[in-house]
Design a protein around this ligand. Structure first.
Ligand SMILES: Cc1ncc(COP(=O)(O)O)c(C=O)c1O
Length: 363
């Protein structure tokens, strides 16, 4: 294990603003410049563009400091997911949430179909069941809150059981971000992100990242990134770091909006269920009238944008079961809302008007 003492004495908001910057020296830029390089003059640490890049390193320093570990950036969230799943030896068992992000579940299904692993899908809210499943596991994959069911796992006891069984624990922290949940602090071995979402925060970047406190794991994962070429784009890393600088401000505002919308949505007659874990900016609602009503809703608004993905400054929503890969246990009429940083009353007016149209007049 590495020395896990923080590289910065600051609190998270200050870390988000300050970490990964060049030293304060005359004429140095305040921000790490965009270094576009496929190769470097030989004889140093970098040598070739697939092995490292100062712009990636700046982003990795900042996100790593926020997560409390050493970070590696990847071409996308799924590139990071694939690199981690590749750690599992032939025939190993992976315990994972039945409602995890479809891309992660599809990777597990693909590996299983090719005889590489056995996937055991669990309800992450049932801690006893997850702990029981840990017995035979090589890797326990958690996503908390889950996408789009918004189920929350009790990470610490699951980590204890997994470690007892000799399994690694990975937590997809995309929805919570390191500002709301720090899985490494709870004992997880690896935390993974779709940095495409809240970290970058402006719906203009595809990027993934992982962080770990374990030096050996870090070395193996870094080598896997080099071997497979799942490396991030330099401009993407630069943009994501720029986005990360305001993560705390964006998240505070979006979370405040989400909490207010949850209160109002709970009283709307077209909404039969509001799912919200109590924190974060993702809310799922279930419409009584099912898929048709949900599809109508997503085409009736002017401010809310019908779009997949989430975590941007703008509010977006979609009916998740419109994707064939989404779990059949997700209600047909579930709409996942990614609440942005607009004025909450404008968000509500637009959404409420569209929901009002779905309510059948009383006979
Ligand atoms: C929770 C979660 N993890 C991973 C991913 C995959 O990330 P990316 O789209 O950056 O590959 C997503 C994408 O939606 C996600 O929501």
């Amino acid at each position: 294990m590495s020395d896990t003492s923080p590289t910065t004495p600051y609190r998270p908001a200050t870390v988000a603003v300050t970490s990964g910057r060049p030293p304060h020296e005359a004429d140095r830029p305040l921000n790490e410049p965009l270094t576009m390089a496929s190769t470097y003059v030989a004889g140093g640490d970098l040598e070739y563009g697939r092995y490292g890049n100062p712009t990636w390193s700046a982003f990795e320093q900042a996100l790593g400091d926020l997560e409390g570990g050493r970070c590696l950036a990847f071409a996308s969230g799924l590139a990071a997911v694939a690199t981690i799943l590749d750690l599992v030896g032939h025939g190993g068992t992976v315990v994972a949430p039945r409602h995890a992000y479809t891309g992660s579940v599809m990777q597990l299904a693909d590996l299983e179909a090719r005889g590489r692993i056995t996937a055991v899908l669990v309800d992450v809210t049932d801690t006893d069941a997850v702990i029981k499943a840990c017995d035979d596991a090589a890797l326990v994959w958690l996503e908390s809150p889950t996408n789009p069911a918004l189920e929350v796992a009790d990470i610490a006891p699951i980590v204890a059981a997994a470690h007892e069984a000799g399994a690694y624990v990975v937590v997809d922290n995309t929805f919570a971000t390191p500002l709301l949940q720090q899985p490494l602090e709870l004992g997880a071995d690896i935390v993974v992100h779709s940095a495409t979402k809240f970290i970058a925060g402006h719906s203009d970047v595809l990027l993934g990242a992982l962080a770990t406190r374990d030096d050996q794991l870090y070395g193996v994962l870094r080598q896997r990134r080099e071997l497979t070429g799942a490396t991030p784009g330099t401009f993407e890393a630069w943009l994501a770091l720029r986005g990360l600088r305001t993560l705390h401000v964006r998240l505070e505002r979006a979370q405040g909006n989400a909490q207010e919308l949850v209160r109002r949505l709970g009283e709307h007659p077209a909404v039969s269920e509001v799912r919200y874990p109590g924190f974060g900016a993702i809310v799922s609602i279930v419409l009584d009238q099912g898929a048709l009503a949900a599809d109508l809703l997503t085409h009736k608004t002017t401010l809310w944008v019908h779009a997949t993905s989430l975590g941007g400054v703008e509010s977006t929503f979609e009916r998740r079961r419109r994707w064939k890969a989404e779990a059949a246990t997700i209600p047909d009429g579930l709409v996942r809302l990614s609440v942005g940083i607009e004025d909450v009353d404008d968000l509500w007016d637009d959404l409420a008007a569209a929901l009002d149209d779905l309510v059948l007049p009383q006979a």
